[in-house]
Design a protein around this ligand. Structure first.
Ligand code: ATP
Length: 239
């Protein structure tokens, strides 16, 4: 049986509880197994970013527990949570979030520096990552000299640097043209299939949704449908 990498129980997040409460995430249960390639979809404001931020430990739920590889991250101190994220979770954001003054290599290597990984090992890992993303010849350039698609590939390399078992990606193709978006998906799929990296990504893009093996739809902070859950009355499969 495959390991459960994400196990969220009854999680809720309410913004503005004292004034006009917004139930951004409303009592969600979610399990993801190792090796999944799952899309999180739903209308704007349905809670996709909030849910990804909770699962990734970038934000705390008001209610519920989130187990990542068996550790309840809602119980970790701020310091332990930072340490846990560094080793277990990779993030890819819509706006790439690369550090402009660092080269592509330095951006991908940064997390390894924080972890105290020795130089020879860093160099080896970063070379391996840039080979995987097909950008070895761009390692020494700064983000501004890269296209959007190339920057996002560097962001994927950065997310993978510490060998996390899963990657959370918030609309990773939103700022890419269609060719770059498809290349990024090819890369994510290859990492998923060849290295068993689990992916959970939010998206509005139908081409991205079609490549997912599981699709979870959020509406008003709740799961409205989940293609992995087969209900006896109304099975729901994405096309
Ligand atoms: N910091 C915040 N303070 C108050 N309300 C917030 C905050 N962040 C999000 N919200 C509200 O929570 C709800 C969910 O927002 P969220 O950004 O998670 O949705 P989303 O599905 O990611 O939207 P989009 O597709 O537009 O990115 C929305 O009603 C939003 O206005």
């Amino acid at each position: 049986m495959k390991n459960i990498v994400i196990d969220a129980h009854n999680i809720s997040k309410v913004y503005n509880p004292e004034t006009i409460p917004v139930y951004a995430v409303n009592n969600i249960h979610l399990h993801l197994q190792e090796g999944e390639f799952t899309a999180l979809v739903g209308p704007s404001g349905s809670g996709k970013t909030t849910l990804l931020n909770l699962i990734g430990g970038l934000d705390k739920p008001d209610h519920g527990n989130i187990y990542i590889n068996g550790t309840d991250i809602t119980k970790l101190s701020a310091r332990k949570l930072i340490e846990f994220r560094l080793h277990n979770i990779g993030f890819v954001f819509q706006s790439f979030n690369l550090i402009p003054v660092l080269t592509a290599k330095e951006n991908a290597e940064f997390i390894l520096l924080l972890q105290g990984v020795k130089r020879a090992e860093r160099d080896k890992r970063v070379l391996q990552l840039f080979t995987e993303i097909g950008l070895v010849e761009k390692m020494k350039v700064r983000p501004a000299q890269l296209s959007g698609g190339q920057q996002q590939r560097v962001a994927v390399a950065r997310a993978l640097a510490s060998k996390p078992r899963f990657i959370l990606a918030d609309e990773p193709t939103a700022n890419l043209d269609s060719v770059a978006a498809l290349h990024l998906l090819d890369l994510m799929e290859a990492l998923n299939q060849e290295e068993q990296v689990t992916f959970l990504f939010s998206t509005h893009d139908p081409r991205v949704i079609n490549r997912a093996r599981r699709v979870i739809t959020l509406v008003d902070g709740s799961i409205a449908s989940d293609s992995a859950v087969v209900s006896t009355s109304a099975p729901h499969e994405h096309p």
